[in-house]
Design a protein around this ligand. Structure first.
Ligand code: NAP
Length: 475
């Protein structure tokens, strides 16, 4: 283990717990051990649920929840560089992007604090029907109950923040299972929450075997909701196995973007080069399929490729690095196989397509068959396809030709084309003159089709983690 390696215990009922077993966390870049975390088993997960249920018997008033959330945002500001270094070490995320993620987590907490203070029901206009005459009715927004949260490796701080901050704003206690490859950021956040005065039981963090802990969260009736971000195979499986719980799913995408002939082609090329390869394409809304109107296709490619070639590939801890490693060797091999499959089926490699040491160089493919894996599945790597289209209708049809539906984008100067795309792209979000990788943390964010069934962003997540209770009073 490196001398600077971080050691963290689990958080259960306000106590930092050792279990006798440890989970090693390795750098995806150097394979060096960067930390270890106490490994939880099913009994630890059950104890965490016991603690969460006990905590909720003594509800925290909204002003206290809001104060805790605001204080965590403040702590994140003060310990911003430490947060970024942890993300960089365990996820292999280039420091530039890791710092951005740490800043976004502050924003997530800040918005969650606002939502805690705003949480309220509404008055029902009872005399609008004969049956309601002489009565007053209003709704209360009640916390659903204990929330089981499962988070992925790719935004190990901010996606954990998107799970635990809105849950606290909603008045729900949480049992969090972070990704096994990146538990350090989650436990860092948990430390901040306890340091600023979160009472025991409101947040419990159990890192360990996903199937064992997942099974406990699914089987235990006290867990009212599961909020999951990760792959579709796991997410939809959880939903099937827990039909009586609220199961909120934030899943993958195969992100398309259209560059229409009237667009600012230079701006589109710059934004798309930056957003197809950031964190080596391991964002659920990393630009993956670029459709360019035929009349500007050559111009776009000529501007796009030098920007891609200029990206610095290397050690994520270097200040200059734009593109680092993918999460592990298995992911790297899969992505290289997918590139080879496209190449064997006639795709042209315009950039990259090979390894720089153990890193995948930013790869641009043209003439890719529509049913090649890189075109229709989620690559989750530094690979983008480019293709030409004739009319907008064709581009919209090709962009929609996927089982996914998280975010999509269009670059155009024509407001009618933009609005048509906004209406016809079958995605949870559509960006105009911005890469579809864009996300601000207060936005409603989530997918349709195979990409999920919910919206995150504190205001929306709080809505999903509370339910309405109507109160009727005879006057
Ligand atoms: P993953 O393999 O599905 O893992 C996500 C989480 O699920 C991890 O904590 C994992 O634990 C856990 N898990 C795995 N098997 C489980 C099981 N049987 N029961 C319960 N939990 C289980 O996904 P990933 O590789 O970390 O993340 C990449 C995926 O997430 C991509 O598809 C990406 O698009 C998607 N994503 C979506 C969004 C969004 O907001 N829509 C954001 C980011 C990422 P272990 O680590 O212990 O296996």
């Amino acid at each position: 283990m490196a001398t600077t390696a971080i050691e963290k215990r689990l958080l259960i009922d306000g106590e930092w717990v050792e279990t006798g077993e440890w989970l090693e966390v390795r750098s995806p870049y150097s394979a060096e051990v960067v930390g270890r975390v106490a490994k939880a088993g099913p009994d630890d997960a059950r104890r965490a649920i016991d603690a969460a249920e006990r905590a909720m018997r003594d509800p925290l008033p909204a002003h206290k929840r809001a104060e805790i959330l605001v204080r965590v945002a403040g702590q994140l500001g003060r310990r911003h560089e430490e947060a970024a270094q942890i993300i960089c070490a365990e996820a292999g995320k280039p420091l530039k992007a890791a710092r951005l993620e740490a800043s976004r987590a502050m924003s997530t907490y800040t918005f969650a604090a606002v939502e805690a203070r705003k949480l309220a029901g509404e008055v029902v206009p009872m005399d609008a029907s004969q049956a309601g005459e002489g009565k007053l009715a209003f709704t209360l927004r009640r916390p659903l109950g204990v929330v089981g949260a499962i988070s992925p490796f790719n935004f190990p701080l901010n996606l954990v923040a998107h799970k635990i901050a809105p849950a606290l704003a909603a008045g729900c206690a949480v049992v969090l299972k972070p990704a096994s490859q990146t538990p350090l950021s989650a436990l860092f956040l948990a430390e901040l929450e306890t340091e600023v005065g979160l009472p025991p039981g409101w947040l419990n963090v159990v890192a360990g075997s996903s199937s064992e802990i997942g099974d406990v969260l699914v089987d235990d009736e006290r867990v009212a909701a599961i909020t999951f971000t990760g792959s579709g195979a796991v997410g939809w499986g959880l939903k099937e196995r827990a039909p009586r719980k609220r199961v909120n799913l934030e899943l993958g995408n195969s992100t398309p973007v259209i560059v229409h002939a009237d667009a600012d082609v230079e701006e589109a090329a710059a934004k798309l080069a930056a957003n197809a390869f950031s964190f080596a394409g391991q964002s659920c809304i990393s630009v993956q399929r670029i459709y360019v109107q035929r009349t500007v296709y050559e111009d776009f490619v000529a501007r796009f490729l030098p920007k891609v070639e200029a990206l610095v590939v290397g050690d994520p801890a270097d200040e200059e690095t734009d593109v680092g490693p993918v999460i592990d060797a298995e992911a790297r091999e899969r992505i290289v196989d997918w590139i080879d499959e496209a190449r064997q089926r006639g795709a042209q490699v315009l950039a990259g397509g090979d390894l720089d040491g153990e890193l995948i160089r930013p790869t641009v493919l043209a003439d890719v068959p529509a049913d090649a894996k890189v075109a229709c599945d989620e690559v989750f790597g530094p690979v983008v396809t480019v293709g030409a289209y004739g009319e907008l209708a064709e581009a919209l049809e090709r962009a929609n030709g996927t089982r996914y539906g998280l975010q999509a984008g269009i670059f155009t100067a024509d407001v009618r084309a933009a609005l048509r795309a906004a209406h016809e792209l079958e995605f949870g979000g559509v960006t105009v003159n911005e890469a579809p990788t864009f996300r601000a943390d207060q936005m409603p964010y989530g997918g349709v089709k195979d990409s999920g069934n919910t919206r995150e962003g504190p205001a929306y997540a709080v809505r999903e983690l509370t339910e309405e209770r109507v109160v009727v009073i005879q006057l």
